[in-house]
Design a protein around this ligand. Structure first.
Ligand code: SF4
Length: 204
């Protein structure tokens, strides 16, 4: 799961962008034809601002242009009456905290069904990676407890989770509220150069 950014995120984005440009795969896209994508990376996470890897997508980072930190964003949203704006994220992000999983379960049954199905589908790893010899050792789960999402303890942090992590306050908060820092499909925390759940000792 952790090294699946290309397969699960960037690839579908590229497919849609090509369709929007009127040049669906496979023909080459004419020179000079591109989309500009705005990616909301704030100054706290400037190292996650990355270029797209194809010429027909150009990434812009308007929050960096404005020199806005996360605090600046929250202040602005609050001034516009949007203080409760949630952090955007992929539906099946393995860095969700219990609060985010509950929100999906309790507000969007179809998305919950989708993500439960996805969780079951990744148990043996990414089919393409397996086929190319990069077989997953162990099993993958979206929830940190390593329990299938449909049965995972998302209504509370279990004693076993606390003990396993020997939690400090910040880590306990992360189990409930997820990772606060920003990301994007080009700078997913699940990529090899960013921390993964393995680093927390919980993923398969
Ligand atoms: S870390 Fe960010 S980009 Fe990666 S799966 Fe989670 S929400 Fe998506």
């Amino acid at each position: 799961m952790q090294r699946s950014t290309g397969e699960y995120k960037v690839k579908p984005i590229k497919k849609t962008v090509r369709e929007l440009l009127g040049h669906p795969y496979p023909p080459r896209i004419p020179k000079g034809v591109f989309v500009e994508q705005w990616v909301g990376i704030s100054t706290d996470e400037f190292h996650r601002a990355k270029d797209a890897d194809v010429k027909y997508m150009r990434n812009r980072h308007p929050l960096l242009d404005l020199d806005w930190s996360r605090t600046d964003c929250v202040r602005y949203l609050t001034s516009r009456g949007r203080a409760e704006t949630p952090k955007s994220s992929c539906l099946g992000c393995p860095f969700h905290g219990n609060a985010q999983w509950r929100h999906i379960r309790d507000t969007s049954p179809s998305e919950w069904a989708d993500v439960v199905e996805f969780d079951a589908a990744i148990r043996q790893g990414n089919a393409r990676a397996n086929a190319s010899g990069n077989r997953l050792l162990g099993e993958a789960f979206l929830h940190r407890s390593r329990v299938p999402l449909s049965q995972a303890p998302i209504d509370h942090v279990t004693a076993a989770e606390r003990a396993a992590l020997r939690l400090g306050e910040g880590e306990a908060d992360e189990l409930e509220n997820g990772v606060v820092d920003g990301c994007s499909p080009w700078a997913c925390r699940g990529d090899a150069d960013t921390p993964t759940q393995d680093d927390f000792g919980l993923a398969a």
